[in-house]
Ligand binder design. Sequence first.
Ligand SMILES: Nc1ncnc2c1ncn2[C@@H]1O[C@H](COP(=O)(O)OP(=O)(O)O)[C@@H](O)[C@H]1O
Ligand SMILES: [Mg+2]
Length: 374
Amino acid sequence: MKAPNNPFVLTGYVSPEYFCNRQKELSWLESNYLNERNALLYSWRRMGKTALIRHFFRILEKDHGVETLYIDLMGAQSMPEAIKAITQAIHQRYGHSTSGISGNIGKLLSRLGMTVTFDPYSGFPKFSFGLTHLPPPEQSLDAIGEFLSKRKKSLVIAMDEFQQIGYFDDPAAEPVFRAWMQGFPGLRFVYSGSQRNMMRAMFTEQNRPFYKSVQILELNSIPEKEYFPFIRGHFTAAGKPIEEELLNEIYAWSRGQTYAIQLVCNKLFGLADNPRKESLQQVFSEIIEQEKPVFANYARLLTRNQWEVLKAIALSEPATNPQSKEFLQNHRLGAASSVATALKTLIKKELVIEENDSYLLHDVLLANWLRQNP
Ligand SMILES: Nc1ncnc2c1ncn2[C@@H]1O[C@H](COP(=O)(O)OP(=O)(O)O)[C@@H](O)[C@H]1O
Ligand SMILES: [Mg+2]
């Protein structure tokens, strides 16, 4: 594989060299696999769940001779769409044979009432349900489970963005997926989700189907003592020494969010042979400038009141008492009750994070922009 020109990777996963640490989490995943336990990984967005799963899967395939199947549920809005996403992943993983689509997959598709066509330009497969009949989801998952259980090697399945099933209209989504996991004890599942509150509720509330059914781990920031040597190492290897002070500044500005750290380092690496404070400032400005259209969009989607509250929180991160008299006065906000209402919506929309009675913006870049443009 060709080495990337920039060691700070921004999309997906390249190889262990460009992946920072996560040793504890990896051992946890590995031990769950070895002891036949299913697992849930959750965190805020952009902390590194997907990259960790990719890294873990590489280790499983290389060191344990295990097969892996990665399913992304991000776009799925309903059970049929989830089943489509699973089928797509299976097709991508197992569908390639010299005669086009492999026989077993053909059979599976017909059991699912699905057909596949290929885009004439890109050659990408497109799955659709036949018009005649759509088997109930549990039946489809059964067929898929049977297909996967017939693999000769053991199989680990990642269900990424699993919070999506919590948004489906279908109240049977959770019990059906739980039953699927239970029905195929030979398959190993790693669930991963980024709506933190929803994932916690789904897997830890007593009356929910997934209650106590899996091991749970929250993915936090990579600690400075692990991230700094990684960053310094890549800069130094390229003949670009970087000082501790800059590393501190990068970590603080990014608030420990993996994506933001990678983004800043990627830009700084590309910009300067001898990174200094000024080059770092330039990188911060560039990043914020680039994201402006996204921020403008947020402003359009929120009411004036919600936007003002969002701004106030960004300015006082972590905001501890947003309904106090002092906070309302400092930020020229209206009544405490209207702030409470706005806050509730912002949390629900995942724009604001509530953690130990303090409030942060989910989007680190937006928070930095709002602080620069109060
Ligand atoms: N341990 C790591 N070392 C280096 N880069 C990482 C690491 N974990 C994640 N990244 C990078 O951070 C960004 C966000 O990670 P991602 O896995 O997409 O987060 P999530 O799935 O939690 O939203 C990606 O650009 C990814 O390449
Ligand atoms: Mg992800």
